[in-house]
Ligand binder design. Structure first.
Ligand code: XMP
Length: 319
């Protein structure tokens, strides 16, 4: 007879006891876990919590605004919004290997986070949205890829370099419980039921070298895809869906003219655990709508393809 409202009260009093009058810092990504952790900790200790939201220039359309509106706006959480896009793009220049890109993005994040946390007086705690499945996965460490993912996702290394104690109030919860908790804490449904988004963001959805121009095209295409999925009711029937930018040009025609432009791939999958996944059998009418909108609304894209690869052997992300 576990019930959420009781759990919330308990969790809040545990956080208060643990933290006392200390200051806590949390890296807010806009994902479900860090968002719920932030909301819960804020409920417990209010202004003793400072969130840092790092804009790496690889976020989806409107993402920064949504996070700021929800946390700084509606919930009155202290959030430092750092626009570090320039730093990220600068360090990614000339880099096309996927693992290198991941490492650079991770390293850059830690640098920015460290710089920002140094500005806050007397921080003793680093809060993270680690959930129960993360705890099991890291303990096992059998799956190398999963391990790498976690080390970025939970920004491994941060607590040590910052000499901070760890506060992980969601450690005992499964994903569905985290979502329920998010709703009880008053987070918007769109945030609580959001598809997962990788730490390196659009950086691993732009194949090869990351350029600002590519990110802009991808953001726009992704926004159209997600909008149409939501409109048609397919967003919640898929576990993850997104657009991928292929830095390949192909020939097309538009009016009387020939075009020579980039390709967007659409990816939508259904999965229980993200370790294996099936591509989603989206209706042709929906794919058709998305394709025409992307090609008509975005100068620079003249071809859209749909990814029909399962995992394994393909991964969900293209990089
Ligand atoms: P793959 O591509 O390995 O992805 O099939 C499985 C799930 O993990 C997410 N993913 C990541 N998440 N940092 C993250 O935080 C990463 O580097 C990363 N790589 C993949 C991916 O979006 C999918 O949900």
């Amino acid at each position: 007879d576990w019930n959420m409202p009781d759990y919330v009260e308990e969790a809040i009093s545990r956080i208060r006891t643990t933290i006392g009058s200390d200051q806590v810092i949390l890296g807010l990504s806009g994902g479900v876990d860090s968002s719920v952790a932030a909301a819960l900790i804020h409920r417990a200790i209010g202004d003793q919590l400072t969130c840092v939201f790092v804009d790496n220039g690889l976020l989806r359309a409107n993402e920064a605004r949504q996070v700021m509106d929800t946390f700084a706006g509606n919930l009155a959480v202290k959030v430092i919004h750092v626009d570090a896009s320039r730093d990220f793009y600068r360090s990614l220049t000339g880099i096309s290997d996927p693992e290198n890109k991941r490492k650079i993005i991770g390293r850059e994040f830690i640098e920015v986070f460290q710089r920002e946390s140094a500005k806050i007086n007397d921080v003793k705690w680093l809060a993270q949205g680690t959930i129960y499945p993360d705890v099991i996965e890291s303990a096992g460490g059998k799956n190398k890829k999963a391990h790498t993912i976690k080390s970025h996702h939970n920004v491994g290394g941060l607590p040590e370099t910052l000499h901070l104690k760890l506060l992980e109030p969601l450690r005992e919860l499964f994903k569905d419980e985290v979502r329920e908790l998010g709703l009880v804490l008053g987070l918007p449904r769109e945030m609580v039921f959001r598809h997962p988004f990788p730490g390196p963001g659009l950086g691993v959805r732009i194949l090869g070298e990351v350029k600002y121009e590519y990110a802009e095209l991808l953001r726009h295409a992704d926004q159209i895809f997600i909008e149409e999925l939501q409109r048609s009711g397919w967003y919640e029937k898929t576990s993850q869906a997104f657009a991928v930018f292929l830095p390949v040009k192909s020939v097309g025609v538009m009016g009387d003219g020939r075009t020579y432009e980039y390709v967007i791939a659409l990816r939508a999958v259904q999965t229980q655990d993200f370790m294996t996944a099936n591509w989603a059998e989206l209706p042709y009418s929906l794919l058709s709508k998305v394709s025409s909108r992307i090609i008509n609304e975005i100068r620079g894209i003249n071809r859209v393809v749909y990814d029909i690869s399962g995992k394994p052997p393909a991964t969900i992300e293209w990089e």
